[in-house]
Design a binder for this molecule. Structure first.
Ligand SMILES: NC(=O)c1ccc[n+]([C@@H]2O[C@H](COP(=O)([O-])OP(=O)(O)OC[C@H]3O[C@@H](n4cnc5c(N)ncnc54)[C@H](O)[C@@H]3O)[C@@H](O)[C@H]2O)c1
Length: 407
C-alpha cells in the first residue's frame, strides 16, 4: 500500500526537493506549510495544506483526516542573525512547534519521525571533522532551539514507540539539477545564493563576515552539501525506519570544507562576473570552521552522494537564480493581467489563443463562467479546474514565487 507522509515545511527550499523525490519513490505526500518563507509553486507533488504548526487545532484535524505513516519535519525559522535578535520567536517556532507536532504524533499513533537538525547544534567544534558524538554546544539561539527539539524528540522516543532519524545538515546549497526547483525565499542569506545574486546584478556586493578567523585565508570554512543529495538522505532515512531501524542521529555533509573566499571565487569563475566583495566584522555566533564526518550515514543508510562538487553546487544555484529572474518577469506580466483564468490556461497550454477567444465569446453570450464552460465541454475536469483556481488565488496573493505582488 502507498505510504502517506506528512512533510512540514515542504514548500521551502530543502523540503520541496525532498517532496519531489518522495513523489519519484511513490510516496503519497501531504505538505503542511504556512508559506512564511516557502512558496506554493515549489510543491511539485502531493497536496499542499496551508497552515501553521502553532495552530494545534488545525494540525490535529489534518492528522485525524489522514493516516500518516511518517512525519518529516522541516518547518522552522532558519536565520542565525535573526535568532540572535529575536530569540523567543525561534524557541516558539522551532522548539514549541516541534512539541505540537510530536503531540499530534502521540495522539494519532505516528511512530516514524525525521527531523531537520543542523550543524549549528555543535557550535564551534573543538575538532574537525565533526562526528555525531562531538560535543553539542550551540553558539546561538537558532542552534539551541534545534538542539532542544532534538532532546524533546529523544526523550519522547524513550517512553513511546516513536523511532526517529535526526539529520544534522551542514551548509545546504545548489538547486535541483533539472532546474525545476531551487531556493526561492526572498530573505535567504546563504553565501552561495548571495554571491549568485551579486553575479546576476541583483545586489551591489557580497559581504565577507570576518577575515581574521584562524583558517588559511582568514575566512570561515563550511561543508557545502548539494540539496538533491540531502533530499535523498531523507528517502534513505525513511526506508531505514520502515525496515525497523533504530533511532539515530546522522551528519549530512561531504567531509570537505571550503572557505568563504573559495566559494566566492568559484561563483566568479562560473558566472564570469567579477562582482565586488567587502570584508566586514565577524557576526555574533559564527564559528571559524565546521566540516562534517559523514561516515555514519554512508555506512548505516548506504547514502551515496551524487553531486559532491562545488562546481555542480554553484552551477545549479546560478541556473536556478537565472530561472527565478525569468519566472519573476512572467509573474509580473500575469499580475498586470490580474491572473485571469484564461491567461493561466494559455500559460499551461491547456487551450490555444484561438480557442480562448472562441470560449470567451461563448461565455459572454450564455453568461457562464469560463471555468464552468470548460468543465461542461470536457476540456477540464472539476478537480483540475479547482486546482487551477487555487493556484490562481495563490498567485494573486503573491505566495506563488513569494513575489511582492499581492493584490
Ligand atoms: N538551509 C540550510 O543550509 C539548513 C542547514 C541546516 C538545517 N536546516 C534546516 O532545514 C529545514 C528547512 O530549511 P530550509 O533551508 O528549507 O528553509 P526554508 O525557510 O526554505 O523552509 C522552511 C519552510 O517551513 C515553513 N514554515 C516555517 N515556519 C512554519 C510554521 N510555523 N508552520 C508551518 N510552516 C512553517 C516555511 O514557510 C518554509 O516553507 C529547517 O528546519 C532548517 O533549520 C537548513
Amino acid at each position: 500500500m502507498t505510504k502517506k507522509i506528512l512533510v512540514t515545511g515542504g514548500a521551502g527550499y530543502i523540503g520541496s526537493h525532498t517532496v519531489y523525490q518522495l513523489g519519484k519513490f511513490g510516496y503519497d505526500v501531504v505538505v503542511y506549510d504556512n508559506l512564511s518563507t516557502g512558496s506554493a509553486s515549489a510543491v511539485t507533488n502531493g497536496e499542499l495544506i496551508v497552515g501553521g504548526l502553532e495552530n494545534k487545532k488545525f494540525l490535529s484535524h489534518i492528522f485525524a483526516k489522514h493516516q500518516f505513516d511518517a512525519v518529516i519535519h522541516f518547518a522552522a525559522s532558519i536565520s542565525v542573525p535573526e535568532s540572535v535578535a529575536q530569540p523567543l520567536d525561534y524557541y516558539t517556532n522551532n522548539t514549541c512547534n516541534t512539541l505540537n507536532l510530536l503531540q499530534c504524533c502521540q495522539i494519532y499513533g505516528v511512530d516514524k519521525f525525521i527531523f531537520s537538525s543542523t550543524a549549528a547544534t555543535y557550535g564551534e567544534p573543538k575538532e574537525n571533522p565533526v562526528t555525531e558524538n562531538s560535543p553539542t554546544e550551540p553558539m546561538n539561539p537558532y542552534g539551541r532551539s534545534k538542539l532542544m527539539s532534538e532532546q524533546i524528540i529523544r526523550d519522547y522516543s524513550r517512553t513511546s514507540g516513536l523511532k526517529y532519524v535526526i539529520l544534522r545538515y551542514f551548509n545546504v546549497a545548489g538547486a535541483d539539477t533539472s532546474g525545476k526547483i531551487g531556493q526561492s525565499a526572498k530573505k535567504a542569506e546563504h553565501l552561495i545564493k548571495v554571491a549568485c545574486d551579486a553575479a546576476l546584478g541583483r545586489r551591489h556586493c557580497v559581504k565577507v563576515f570576518g577575515t581574521d578567523f584562524p583558517t588559511p585565508d582568514g575566512t570561515g570554512i563550511r561543508d557545502y552539501i548539494h540539496v538533491e543529495d540531502l533530499a535523498r538522505a531523507h528517502i534513505d532515512a525513511l526506508r531505514y525506519l520502515e525496515a525497523g531501524g533504530d533511532s539515530q542521529i546522522f551528519n549530512c555533509g561531504y567531509g570537505r570544507g571550503y572557505s568563504v573566499r573559495e566559494v566566492i571565487d568559484k561563483v566568479k569563475e562560473i558566472s564570469g562576473v567579477d562582482f565586488s566583495v567587502i570584508a566586514t566584522m565577524r557576526r555574533a555566533g559564527d564559528p571559524a570552521c565546521v566540516v562534517a564526518c559523514a561516515d555514519k550515514i554512508r555506512q548505516m543508510l548506504g547514502w551515496e552522494p551524487k553531486f559532491n562538487s562545488l562546481d555542480t553546487i554553484v552551477r545549479t544555484a546560478l541556473n536556478w537564480e537565472k530561472k527565478l529572474i525569468a519566472l519573476a518577469q512572467l509573474e509580473k506580466t500575469l499580475a498586470e493581467q490580474n491572473f485571469k483564468l484564461g491567461v493561466l490556461l494559455l500559460e499551461k497550454q491547456i487551450i490555444s489563443a484561438a480557442e480562448l477567444e472562441k470560449f470567451l465569446q461563448e461565455q459572454s453570450a450564455n453568461g457562464m463562467k469560463l471555468g464552468e464552460l470548460l468543465v461542461q465541454k470536457g476540456i477540464l475536469c472539476q478537480n483540475h479546474l479547482e486546482s487551477i483556481l487555487k493556484e490562481q488565488s495563490w498567485r494573486k496573493k503573491g505566495v506563488w514565487l513569494k513575489l511582492p505582488i499581492a493584490v
